[in-house]
Design a binder for this molecule. Structure first.
Ligand SMILES: N[C@@H](CCC(=O)N[C@@H](CS)C(=O)NCC(=O)O)C(=O)O
Length: 214
């Protein structure tokens, strides 16, 4: 069984959500946020101090989008993944990584300077990166303009988990006022998925620190 180190609503939620979409058993280790400071013993498990951290036998991973890709490739390739010889593979991988590298990174500056370290005086940085996030998010709105339900059309994939987590974080940071209509409707579809709801429920008993219950 895999072991997943997780903080409520942090990027490790991507891995937790993927487990529920796949129907995979897991051992969930819930940590307070940020674990680097609040659970020093965690550094012996993951010297980076970040979450997620996944252990699967001899395999260890610390990148949330890569974990989604790995779990799907191993356990649900035909159902939630896209094969390399499928014409949609490039779009699949691009969205999977876009969710983290382009849509989540700017939000971490907003989180840091509005929630974790509000007294640092970096309000302008937070405001700039909130705007940066909203401008990049237009790429999702454009993709949905043909009426598709999911990023790759009518099939829900790991790419939706990756981008969907960025939308969850945006909600928690109250950046969802910048969701355009198709993105807002896409978020509603994501948030209604049984696996999403089960993953949210699975983390309820742990420390929530910065996370905002929605
Ligand atoms: N690119 C990595 C980022 C991992 C990361 O920085 N996670 C954050 C939480 S969302 C963290 O652990 N922050 C606490 C810290 O840096 O001490 C991923 O996608 O998993």
């Amino acid at each position: 069984m895999i072991t997943l180190y997780h903080c409520a609503d942090a990027r490790s939620f991507r891995a937790l959500w993927a487990c529920h979409e796949i129907g995979l058993d897991y051992d969930l280790k819930l940590l307070p946020f940020p674990p680097r400071f609040l659970d020093r013993a965690y550094l012996e498990i993951n010297p980076l101090g970040t979450i997620p951290f996944l252990i699967d036998g001899d395999a260890v991973m610390s990148e949330s989008a890569a974990i989604v890709e790995y779990l799907i490739a191993r356990h649900a390739p035909g159902r939630l993944g896209v094969a390399v010889d499928d014409p949609a593979c490039a779009a699949y991988l691009n969205w999977l990584h876009f969710g983290e590298a382009t849509l989540t990174f700017p939000q971490t500056l907003v989180l840091r300077y509005t929630r974790l370290e509000p007294d640092r005086g970096f309000d302008a940085v937070a405001a700039d990166y909130a705007r940066w996030f909203h401008v990049r998010l237009r790429h999702v709105e454009r993709a949905l303009a043909d009426g598709r339900d999911w990023l790759l059309g009518d099939r829900f994939t790991g790419a939706d988990i990756s981008v969907g987590y960025a939308l969850l974080l945006a909600r928690n940071l109250k950046l969802d006022d910048g969701f355009e209509p198709l993105t807002a409707a896409y978020w509603q579809r994501l948030a209604a998925r049984p696996a999403y709801l089960a993953a949210r429920a699975a983390q309820q008993d742990g420390p929530r620190d910065w996370a905002v219950a929605t």
